[in-house]
Design a protein around this ligand. Structure first.
Ligand SMILES: *Cc1c(COP(=O)(O)O)cnc(C)c1O
Length: 231
């Protein structure tokens, strides 16, 4: 199947999952996770109408951006961002998913201030409480939002998570539902520089479950581009 056909299929699955949950399919954004796909393949996904592209690695993103790979779609950074790479990502990525510490918030604010812009970002939640994963614990989110509200050059736009690896996608429902609850609870509180708009969760194996549980931004790689070959 072509990239365009895959995008159409993913869209259709999202549409059905949203309708089944009583939601408007238009409220769910489809981000193409473009890591390891070259600029031509990225362009095909954009032509097929994905709402955004997301990259994981700073170097790869810079190289592809240089070639105009993301022209026509918003670019997001969805990888693990190291503090010393913040300067390359701020201002280039419209939304930084996966901000996982107060130190990183501070550094993004500092760099954004220097560049004279306001950087949108999502806080990453370690919803499975896994030692191997980064992210805030759910109970740390209010304090993180409090901290973020003191930084004038960032705006928290929501939450992101990567749940534990499960054998069956339905097993992630409990995690997705907890994320939805956390999202709603913290949306109700009002903080400066915080507008809880995006709940980023769901990947190729479980995006329909994520949509059923309230995701409005899904990050899909394999189901659009095929399996990545790691060498
Ligand atoms: C690679 C990646 C995805 C997409 O994963 P697939 O299983 O290929 O859909 C989503 N989110 C993040 C953070 C990723 O790194």
């Amino acid at each position: 199947m072509s990239i365009a056909e895959n995008v159409a299929l993913v869209r259709e699955n999202i549409r059905q999952a949203a309708l089944a949950a009583g939601r408007d399919p238009k409220d769910v954004l489809l981000l193409a996770a473009t890591k390891m796909n070259d600029e031509n393949r990225v362009r095909q996904a954009i032509a097929a109408g994905v709402d955004a592209c997301g990259e994981n690695r700073v170097q790869e993103m810079l190289e592809k951006a240089e070639k105009g790979a993301y022209d026509g779609a918003p670019l997001h950074f969805i990888g693990h961002l190291q503090r010393n790479k913040v300067k390359y990502v701020v201002g280039l990525a419209e939304l930084i998913h996966g901000v996982d510490s107060a130190e990183l918030l501070r550094e993004i604010d500092r760099v954004a201030g220097k560049k004279g812009l306001v950087q949108d970002l999502l806080l990453e939640v370690n919803i499975g409480g896994e030692a191997s994963k980064s992210g805030f614990a759910p109970k740390e989110i209010p304090a993180a939002l409090e901290a973020a509200s003191a930084f004038p050059n960032i705006r928290v736009r929501g939450l992101m998570t990567i749940p534990p690896v499960c054998e069956r996608p339905e097993q992630n429902r409990a995690f997705f539902l907890r994320m939805k609850q956390l999202f709603v609870d913290n949306k109700e509180k009002k903080y400066d520089n915080v507008s809880m708009d995006f709940l980023s969760m769901g990947m190729s194996g479980d995006y329909t479950e994520a949509v059923a549980c309230g995701a409005n931004l899904v990050r899909v790689g394999t189901a659009i581009f095929g399996a990545r070959i790691y060498t």
